[in-house]
Ligand binder design. Structure first.
Ligand SMILES: [Zn+2]
Length: 406
């Protein structure tokens, strides 16, 4: 990730305590000065000076008075998410969703646009820049951009925002996304794998109390994002959770295991992904173009499409059962087009997970559809980006340039 720079009109870095205080407000509701003293153990003078600094910077704002039932009414303060703007883009293989979010990850503007990921980084990131500029519109808003977040449908080395040997992203290998977008926007750039961003979005927005969650994306491809002990688990090369290219447990009618788009044979994707279902419908004499068309067939009750989708759920469920046994999540959230077809896919998936995972791992396990659907990625990016920009490590960095977007 590029150095995080933008900090509005704060004059220089803040001290560690002030940065910590901001993050206390980000994760709690409104607090009074006395609440802060109690929470931190700081002296009254210290509380006042740190709180005043954050109010002056516009990062905290007044939130009325406490009710009289709690004794003398006292002024309350809360985090002000409208203090800055985050630009995020969830980029898929053939489409992207761009959003303008506040510092709490709430979406204020959103735009969907077609994109061809195989056109390469110059074309795709150029289009992202153009769309972001359009979304910002006026310069007043542009001046309040605090960061840019991008998710991509391939492995990302998180520390540097570099794309690493992506199977479907022709021309992207080795691209350092922050170098390109940071030059245009002059702010922090946060790059994440698409499924990881979705996992983070779903957990932060819908399951904030859940510390262990799996997000399964079932679209053209199959992938999983892992939240373990409250944090994203990315792995050494950024490929953790790549369940789609694990060996499928398929009761196999094929004499040869099918070829996967990664070049191996017999992966989960080669049986159970959107592209595999499209292939199997075509082989059976029902040619269609897209995964959405396959899902439509299921919704209209086509028996072959329905049976393919249910079998796909079983194949994915068998691999998911291993992940559930190893990671012991409380919630598995299933998103993507195949989940949108309703219970057919989820039925097959649940059947295998409950039959094959360790009993203790499934005793209280919830397997459920995504609540955020198409917004999961952009919301997750906004949360990850806000965490980075507002982290004590960033806010206290000495000699930091207080740059804004030019
Ligand atoms: Zn594969």
């Amino acid at each position: 990730m590029a150095t995080v720079q933008a900090l509005g009109n704060l004059e220089g870095a803040v001290d560690q305590g002030t940065a910590e205080l901001l993050n206390i407000f980000r994760t709690t509701g409104p607090l009074t000065r006395a609440d802060v003293s109690e929470h931190t153990g700081w002296a009254r003078m210290t509380v006042n000076s740190r709180l005043d600094r954050l109010v002056e910077a516009g990062l905290l704002e007044a939130d009325g008075l406490t009710s009289a039932s709690r004794g003398r009414p006292a002024a309350q303060f809360r985090f002000n998410p409208a203090r800055g703007v985050l630009l995020v883009a969830d980029i898929g293989a053939s489409g992207m969703r761009l959003a303008l979010c506040d510092l709490a990850g709430e979406v204020h503007r959103r735009v969907d646009a077609p994109v061809d990921i195989a056109a390469g980084p110059d074309v795709v990131l150029g289009e992202v820049e153009r769309r972001f500029d359009q979304m910002l519109g006026d310069q007043a808003l542009a001046g309040s951009v605090w960061g840019v977040g991008i998710s991509l449908p391939g492995p990302v080395e998180f520390a540097t925002g570099t794309v690493v040997e992506p199977p479907i992203m022709t021309g992207w290998n080795g691209t350092r996304v922050p170098d390109r977008l940071g030059a245009h926007f002059d702010v922090a750039v946060f790059v994440e794998n698409d499924v990881n961003a979705m996992a983070l979005g779903e957990q932060r927005a819908c399951y904030p109390q859940v510390r262990d969650l799996l997000f399964l994306k079932t679209g053209t491809g199959i992938g999983a994002g892992i939240i373990a002990n409250g944090s994203l688990l990315r792995g050494a090369q950024g490929t953790a959770g790549d369940i789609g290219h694990t060996w499928a447990d398929a009761e196999d009618a094929h004499a040869r295991r099918p070829l996967c788009r990664c070049g191996k044979q017999g992966c989960v994707e080669s049986y159970a992904s959107g592209w595999a279902i499209v292939r199997d419908l075509a082989t059976a004499g029902q040619p269609i173009e897209t995964v959405d068309q396959a899902v439509e067939r299921v919704i209209f009750g086509d028996p072959l499409a329905t049976s393919l989708l249910r079998d796909a759920g079983r194949v994915v469920g068998s691999s998911l059962a291993h992940m559930v046994s190893v990671l012991n999540p409380s919630v598995v959230v299933v998103g993507g087009q195949l989940a949108a077809a309703g219970e057919h896919f989820l039925g097959g998936l649940r059947e295998r997970v409950y039959a094959r995972s360790l009993p203790l791992a499934t005793r209280d396990l919830q397997i459920t559809r995504s609540k955020l659907d198409g917004d999961a990625g952009v919301i997750g990016l906004a949360h990850g980006l806000a965490d980075a920009v507002l982290s004590p490590a960033n806010l206290t960095e000495p000699g930091r340039e207080l740059a804004r977007r030019a």
